[in-house]
Write a protein that binds this ligand. Structure first.
Ligand SMILES: Nc1ncnc2c1ncn2[C@@H]1O[C@H](COP(=O)(O)OP(=O)(O)OP(=O)(O)O)[C@@H](O)[C@H]1O
Ligand SMILES: [Mg+2]
Length: 263
């Protein structure tokens, strides 16, 4: 089994009308791990995720899956997206079908599953996110947090090898956050590789095996969560503080998770 799942090498990207969002960014995503991409607003987290699933094409650098440089042709992209799912930061960018069930079933049906198989996936995903009761609701009428959960359910229903989640807890209430952490824990236990972006240092500590610390479109440091988060120099460079839980000496992730869930 190849340990390396996804890799970004020297990515450079500038948005039209914006500055340079990625400035020679390197990142490795190891199979079966939970990686938190941590950085302040504007660091390039969302721009990176859009490269990791092939939505954006870098001006320079490359993205590799299992050591193979990914192409942006139609067939390559389709295969890539089947393996690497993305939940965008803004659910309005992601949801497009009229009802929740239609939206979540779109991906599975597109994979070629039967109506019955797709319906099972939809039921499972909605139940996991605690939104089974929203199945027949119109997507455009949902609250932000409800939309966010539907967007996550849509990605989960695809059963990707790697799931990229852009600020998944932002906008969720306490119960929604705890439920989502349970969902992510179950996915990780089932072998899904998880990449989550956040500027919440405590969430990064509670969630991640590994942290990639971003600033100004570059990776300042990537490594074991407790090591990177305790690196005051690198954290200050990114304009972030050491997690409270780490300051308090909570070194065990299970304990951090439990405490995070209760805050
Ligand atoms: N659609 C866009 N058009 C122009 N510039 C953009 C666009 N999206 C992002 N940018 C710019 O690219 C840079 C990186 O933005 P990005 O959204 O990747 O940061 P981020 O780390 O995800 O921030 P946040 O924590 O606020 O979500 C910023 O300077 C931003 O202004
Ligand atoms: Mg973002």
């Amino acid at each position: 089994m190849v340990e390396l799942s996804l890799e970004a090498r020297g990515l450079v990207y500038s948005w039209t009308g914006g500055g340079r969002a990625l400035d020679g960014l390197d990142l490795v995503v190891r199979r079966g791990r939970r990686l938190a991409v941590l950085g302040p607003n504007g660091a390039g987290k969302s721009t990176l995720l859009l490269h990791l699933n092939g939505t954006l094409r870098p001006e320079a650098g490359e993205v590799l899956v299992d050591g193979v440089v990914l192409g942006h042709g139609r067939a390559a992209l389709a295969g890539w997206r089947r393996r690497v799912g993305l939940v965008m930061q803004d659910p309005d960018d992601q949801l497009f079908a009229a009802t929740v069930a239609e939206d979540v079933s779109f991906g599975p049906l597109n994979l070629g599953l039967s109506e019955a198989e797709a319906a099972t996936r939809v039921d499972e995903a909605l139940a996991a996110l605690g939104i089974a009761d929203l199945a027949e609701r119109a997507t455009h009428q949902l609250s932000f947090g409800q939309k966010k959960r539907v967007a996550i359910a849509g990605a989960v229903a695809m059963r990707p090898e790697v799931l990229l989640l852009d600020e998944p807890l932002a906008g969720l209430d306490h119960r929604g956050g705890v439920l989502l952490q349970g969902v992510l824990g179950a996915l990780a236990a089932a072998g899904t590789t998880l990449v989550l972006t956040t500027h919440d240092v405590d969430l990064a500590y509670a969630f991640a095996d590994e942290v990639a610390l971003f600033s100004n479109g570059r990776t300042l440091r990537q490594g074991p969560a407790a090591e990177v988060l305790a690196d005051r120099v690198a954290m200050a460079q990114a304009g972030l503080e050491t997690p409270l839980l780490l300051e308090l000496g909570v070194r065990d992730r299970a304990e951090a998770l439990a405490r995070f869930g209760r805050r």
